[in-house]
Design a protein around this ligand. Structure first.
Ligand code: NAD
Length: 469
């Protein structure tokens, strides 16, 4: 069921009524619309603390966009590393006071102690109110786990609270704030992530922290319009909802997609497959022989898989005391056990190619827990544990990550009672539900060939939900 409130508050009369009653006034989020769309436009302000590590890379990435890039007056080290050509110049805020920014990007990777945190205030304080609608804040820091000194780790961890709080302040403009923590020598691995977090593809991702590590994979240049060209993907639960959106987004980005769902969903599955030029595969992933069946299907195609997305999922809600045992068994079997068994089979037969991607779909219920969902939340927490552990043992450049959707507008959420649905929609920094495509875009970013340093992450696609940590 469409979000009628979002439509109404985006009319002049609706907006003024909502404002006078103190109700939320969510803005229409801008999403990715066309393949030749630049990842960012407008005016972007870039700044850095002393000894920045990523500023040069960030600046070079921004140069590939039509955005006007300004550099805030910063430490001396910035002057040399920020030579960006005619499009950019130093910014004097007293004379450039009329600017509205589409993004503020700050390289905080050089902050070594708590005193140096002052650089955050100095950069953001004068300009934070100059962010335009649907704008972006992106902060780059060093992964605290890789810091040698306590003061360094403390100041880098501080970026998390800072970023999440900015997200809450700017969300009413439809703006997002996210943090990238890089490991030492991982500066060259941030391109796909910078592009993603600055672009409309991340419209519903806010308050998130992503760790990027070193990687031995070739950082091949990709065509930004079709970054997944030549790749083969398998998406489970793809006959509808989020799974269908993942399949469509992969196909849009150039991949060949095998779409899988249970036999009763075949008609819908075939419709999706036809629409995207994909291949339908009928399979109940909880069947004993499902991993073997899937592996043999991939073997017959002959080329192995580049991506597998474990999206199929079920809810079987009841409070624990009222829950029949088959509710418990089914949620665990579909949402957790099946993906472990399928991956085990595919990895053993070497059917996931080098530099391949495994993506699992968790849920904010797996982070925060939810009333009546002990089975579902256990399965979705288990997914997070699985991803974190597997990321330490996978070889040959294969990455594994999870997305944790919040309230997404699907058949599942449309069936909720009105009051619960409305609460779910509004209880986040953007005051609205996400769309299936928002989850799909995040998964496509994980699968980008340049995201080889992104592994073991759980990114919430929840508009920075108030629920959970
Ligand atoms: P959905 O019910 O619309 O789609 C799930 C798909 O999985 C269906 O097509 C279903 O037939 C398929 N499936 C179920 N059991 C299967 C099995 N045994 N074998 C093969 N396929 C099977 O759900 P959705 O809202 O699109 O959710 C997709 C994923 O996102 C799920 O894992 C869900 O838990 C997760 N999620 C959704 C939301 C949301 O707000 N919609 C929020 C958090 C997480």
């Amino acid at each position: 069921m469409a979000d009628q409130y979002l439509k109404i508050v985006n009319t002049p009369a609706g907006k003024s009524v909502a404002q006078s009653l103190g109700l939320p006034t969510p803005v229409n989020l801008k999403r990715w619309e066309r393949s030749d769309q630049p990842f960012i436009e407008g005016q972007v302000l870039v700044g850095a603390a002393a000894n920045p590590r990523a500023i040069e890379t960030v600046t070079n990435i921004l140069r590939t966009s039509p955005a006007n890039v300004f550099h805030a007056a910063g430490p001396d080290t910035l002057a040399d590393s920020a030579k960006v050509g005619a499009k950019s110049r130093g910014l004097d805020l007293s004379s450039d006071i009329e600017h509205t920014f589409s993004a503020l990007v700050f390289d905080a990777s050089g902050i070594r102690d708590t005193a140096e945190l002052r650089a955050l205030y100095d950069f953001f304080h004068p300009v934070i109110r100059k962010l335009g609608p649907n704008s972006r804040v992106l902060i780059i820091g060093q992964d605290p786990k890789t810091c040698r000194k306590a003061a360094n780790a403390a100041s880098q961890q501080a970026l998390e609270g800072f970023t999440r709080s900015i997200g809450k302040e700017v969300g009413k403009k439809g703006a997002t704030a996210n943090l990238i923590w890089i490991a030492p020598n991982a500066e060259e691995r941030i391109e796909s992530s910078v592009r993603f977090f600055l672009s409309p593809r991340s419209a519903y991702v806010s308050g998130q922290v992503v760790r990027i590590g070193k990687s031995d994979a070739d950082a091949d240049k990709t065509n930004p319009a079709t970054p997944l060209a030549g790749k083969t993907a398998l998406v489970t639960g793809a006959s509808r909802g989020i799974g269908a959106a993942i399949a469509e987004t992969f196909a849009r980005d150039g991949a060949t997609v095998i779409v899988l769902d249970i036999p009763p969903a075949m008609t819908d599955l075939e419709t999706v497959a036809k629409r995207i030029g994909g291949k339908p595969l009928a399979c109940d992933i909880t069947e004993e022989n499902a991993p073997k069946l899937i592996a043999e299907y991939i073997e017959d195609l002959g080329n192995g898989l580049d991506f597998i997305v474990h999206n199929a999922g079920v809810t079987r809600d009841k409070t624990l005391g009222n829950m029949p045992e088959h509710f418990w068994d089914m949620a665990i079997a579909v949402n957790l056990t099946a993906e472990e068994r399928i991956d085990e089979e595919l990895l053993e037969r070497k059917l996931i190619k080098d530099n391949g991607r495994i993506v699992c779909v968790s849920s904010i219920a797996g982070i925060a827990g939810n009333f009546g969902q002990t089975n579902y939340a256990a399965s979705k927490s288990g997914v997070i544990g699985y991803v974190e552990h597997m990321s330490r043992s996978l070889k040959n450049g294969i990455t594994i990550n999870a997305v944790a959707p919040g309230f997404i507008e699907t058949q599942m959420t449309a069936a909720m009672p009105l009051t619960i649905r409305e609460a779910g929609r509004r209880m986040n920094s953007l005051s609205q539900g996400g769309l299936p495509v928002d989850v799909a875009e995040t998964i496509a970013w994980y699968c980008n060939p340049q995201s080889s340093g992104v592994t073991g992450n759980v990114v919430r696609v929840c508009g920075q939900s108030l629920i959970g940590k």
